[in-house]
Design a protein around this ligand. Structure first.
Ligand SMILES: Cc1cc2nc3c(=O)[nH]c(=O)nc-3n(C[C@H](O)[C@H](O)[C@H](O)COP(=O)(O)O)c2cc1C
Length: 202
């Protein structure tokens, strides 16, 4: 779209990677970019876990997959379809050279006696995590790294935490696959932005 900074337009969700590992120093740069995100009342309520060993990636995939299997069984999905979905998801996670898991913690957030404000406070932390993940992915794109946000942990934060033996108060909510892009992968065409439908002047 005309006028949008090119570095924003350049970021795409890329779901296929070359197998080469990403040096930890490069992953640290992405996490540092994430940590420059705005956060409610200077709180920095996020924690980041870099998962780049095959066994830990597999452990995370298994932990989240077991929970997803139970949910899908509860939904009445057939075993064959469940196996297909969970297998594809597991391959996606283990096929990425590195995973960056964004967690939320209550440390630094305000506490309220009532549930409504407590929920709003957590909502602010989630908004901040989203801004941080976007920073991380923009930094990846600027470094010619591919990335893709994966929703899974927001549906099973406790299982993702336990799969990696994380502290009790680190609750995983966002997972980003990172690696060198597979040159054969083409991102789907991005539909134009229907600004008049999505924006109002008040
Ligand atoms: C919260 C969130 C969850 C997402 N979850 C997934 C996911 O589980 N798997 C996936 O392939 N892409 C996922 N995506 C990526 C979106 O599909 C992608 O951003 C969207 O299609 C727009 O494409 P673009 O990022 O290339 O502009 C997610 C994005 C967000 C913001």
């Amino acid at each position: 779209m005309a006028g949008v900074p090119a570095f924003i337009e350049a970021r795409r969700s890329i779901r296929a990677f070359r197998p080469d590992p990403v040096p930890r120093v490069d992953l640290d740069r992405l996490v540092a970019a994430a940590c420059l995100a705005p956060a409610p009342h200077h709180s920095r309520p996020w924690r980041w876990v870099v998962v780049d060993s095959p066994d830990r990636k597999a452990a995370l995939g298994r932990g989240m997959g077991d929970r997803w299997r139970r949910d899908l069984e509860g939904d009445g999905v057939t075993t064959a379809r469940i196996d297909e979905l969970i297998g594809a998801s597991h391959r996606k996670l283990t096929g990425a050279p590195a995973l960056v898991l964004g967690c939320l913690t209550w440390e630094g957030l305000d506490r309220y006696p009532d549930e409504e404000r407590q929920r709003a406070e957590w909502g602010m932390a989630l908004l901040s995590l989203g801004a941080a993940v976007e920073n991380l992915m923009l930094a990846a794109a600027a470094a010619d790294l591919a990335s893709c946000w994966v929703a899974a942990p927001i549906f099973c934060p406790a299982e993702a935490r336990d799969a990696l033996d994380l502290p009790d108060d680190w609750l995983p909510h966002a997972l980003v696959l990172v690696g060198r892009p597979d040159p054969a992968y083409t991102a789907p065409m991005r539909p134009p932005v229907p600004l008049d439908d999505l924006r109002a002047f008040a």
